[in-house]
Ligand binder design. Structure first.
Ligand SMILES: Nc1ncnc2c1ncn2[C@@H]1O[C@H](COP(=O)(O)OP(=O)(O)O)[C@@H](O)[C@H]1O
Ligand SMILES: [Mg+2]
Length: 298
């Protein structure tokens, strides 16, 4: 919607004028935060665990990362990271709380915008609340290199609205046929809409071989029947330490940095760095603003 896009641009200009002075490590002009939505058609495949730990991996690798817990039905990033939210995305949207008041520092270069369980969806927020959220997040553009968004399960219109506008969509599946079917269905919908930033990771693989086989098969079918190229970012093995970390409310990468799953997450983080952050040209589709405009207009 051009009207809203123009409104957003004006808002950003205004916020930028009033915003903090750029830090010395500010990205070059024209670079914006890239949005990577971590998703998957099915619940319980490990989207939130992966998003939280990828956030840590990216931050450790030098990317200024904001993890947004957008699974408003079942927010969990704060629990997975072992941090205590002072406020959530809901207060930012509904009560006009300054977004920086809600950000929780998790690690050097990693902040979390906690989600609010029980708010069914961003789309359930009133238009005024959505505008408030847009304004708040728009003021953060340029302060992060990557915006990692943990989404709810499913391929409903609202989740897709997020995905459509994200620069990159990282679908998570397990080798389970039901999860594979859901991931493929998601790719089908997004490919039909012309999305070109599709990636896949297989979680809870019983071996590296199994992970590669499952991912390869999905990519092959997507190429043949959807004409879509799926970037394969690697697999994460089934690892009891991953489940133990969740129970202990500590991020896997901190609780068990040498666990097989931790090594795998760091490898995916390395690939994500180049996949998610190509040179950004002015006027290129995407970025934080496009994501916000897309998900909030839906
Ligand atoms: N690599 C893994 N190995 C073993 N268990 C895992 C792994 N990744 C996630 N889990 C388990 O799966 C559960 C669901 O993960 P979660 O990230 O909440 O999934 P989702 O966000 O997709 O619903 C976690 O509580 C954790 O115990
Ligand atoms: Mg989740």
């Amino acid at each position: 919607m051009p009207d809203q896009a123009e409104g957003l641009r004006q808002l950003v200009r205004r916020l930028n004028v009033q915003g903090p002075r750029p830090r010395p490590d500010e990205p070059a002009p024209g670079r914006r935060a890239r949005t990577v939505a971590v998703t998957g058609g099915k619940g319980g495949v490990g989207k939130s665990s992966l998003a939280a730990n990828l956030g840590l991996a990216l931050a450790a690798a030098g990317r200024r990362t904001l993890l947004v817990d957008a699974d408003l039905g079942l927010a969990s990033a704060d629990l997975l990271l072992g941090v205590r939210p002072r406020a959530t995305l809901a207060e930012v949207a509904l009560d006009g709380l300054e977004v920086r008041e809600a950000l929780v520092p998790v690690a050097p270069r990693l902040d979390l915008l906690p989600g609010a369980s029980g708010v069914a969806d961003l789309a359930d927020l009133t238009p005024v609340a959505r505008q408030t959220l847009i304004a708040s997040l728009a003021g953060l553009d340029g302060e992060y290199d990557v915006l990692l968004v943990d989404t709810a399960a499913g391929a409903g219109e609202q989740v897709r609205a997020f995905l459509r506008a994200a620069d990159r969509v990282l679908a998570v599946t397990t080798p389970d046929p039901a999860a594979v079917t859901d991931a493929y269905a998601l790719f089908k919908l997004l490919a039909a809409e012309g999305h070109r930033g599709l990636g896949l990771t297989v979680n809870m693989a019983r071996s590296e071989d199994e992970g590669a086989r499952v991912a390869g098969r999905i990519a092959q079918v997507a190429r043949r029947y959807l004409g879509a190229e799926i970037e394969l970012l690697g697999s994460v093995p089934f690892d009891w330490q991953a489940a133990a970390a969740v129970r202990a409310r500590r991020p896997l990468l901190t609780a068990a940095p040498f666990a097989p799953a931790s090594h795998a997450v760091r490898r995916i983080g390395e690939r994500l760095k180049s996949w998610a952050l190509p040179a950004v040209r002015e006027g290129e589709r995407g970025g934080l603003m496009a994501w916000l405009a897309g998900c909030c207009n839906a």
